[in-house]
Design a protein around this ligand. Structure first.
Ligand code: ZN
Ligand code: FE
Length: 255
């Protein structure tokens, strides 16, 4: 039986996700930014909480970690590299480690760049990726603790997953990312189609997430830094792709 997935809003723009394995009753949340909306989501579904899968140490992803762990006696899985700055870890994980949520396996992918310890969780059997603040729909995370090369390498690891992989992100930033993307990639028909879809979803108050890896490869300007159109947009034709990526990220920081 496939995993059940429930996505919900936390605060202004964070996205919470619960994953439930019907075979065993195990339920995990991806990150733990705020107690009340996570508990409300669990109660709405009638699920307990057995596992918390942490992606990185930022407060909007771990502020409720200790209280949720205590309340539900949940197991906390978190990046080994962040063990000094994430509390209450039961299992610290590295690249290539495999963890179970009930009977469903998730592979740990290290994705430094946004933070040095950031990890993503990927289930090949379920075709789902929890990328948190590394890869957003039509965007990517800010480089708080990594170089452009770090982030470019991390993004390419995620882009190498199968096209049909469903992409879950840490934030609902897609509409503002879309405005940026069309400025730099205005002739991309797939992007224009996605932007129209995103505008319609947000007008109805619906999430634009999950996306897919295939859709992001076709539309996300940061994954498309190797395309000539993007190099032209930042005036760096003939430069290394990581320079194009860095220039796009720099432009996005300026809004
Ligand atoms: Zn973050
Ligand atoms: Fe975040």
């Amino acid at each position: 039986m496939a995993l059940l997935i429930h996505q919900f809003a936390i605060g202004a723009d964070n996205l919470g996700v619960l994953i439930h394995d019907p075979a065993t009753g195990h339920t995990a949340c991806i990150d733990a930014g705020e107690e009340a909306p996570i508990v409300a989501a669990l109660e709405a579904k009638g699920w307990g909480l057995t596992d918390i899968l942490v992606t990185h140490h930022h407060g909007d992803h771990i502020a409720a970690l200790s209280t949720l762990k205590a309340r539900f006696s949940a197991r906390v899985v978190a990046p080994f590299a962040d063990r000094h700055r994430i509390p209450d870890i039961d299992l610290s994980v590295k690249e290539g480690d495999r963890i179970m949520v009930g009977e469903v396996a998730f592979d740990v992918i290290e994705t430094p760049g946004h933070t040095s310890g950031h990890i993503a969780y990927y289930s090949a059997a379920e075709s789902i990726l929890f990328a948190a603040d590394t890869l957003f729909s039509l965007g990517c995370g800010r480089l708080f603790e990594g170089t452009p090369q770090d982030m470019w390498t991390s993004l390419n690891k995620l882009a190498a997953l199968p096209d049909e992989t469903k992409l879950y992100c840490g934030h609902e930033y897609t509409l503002s990312n879309a405005r940026f993307a069309v400025r730099f990639d205005p002739d991309n028909a797939a992007l224009l189609k996605r932007v129209a879809e995103v505008e319609a979803l947000r007008a109805k108050g619906e999430f634009t997430i999950p996306s897919t890896i295939g859709l992001e490869k076709a539309t996300n300007p940061f994954l498309r830094a190797g395309e000539k159109a993007l190099a032209e947009a930042v005036g760096l034709v003939g430069y290394p792709v990581v320079d194009v990526f860095a220039a796009l990220r720099e432009a996005k920081n300026k809004g």
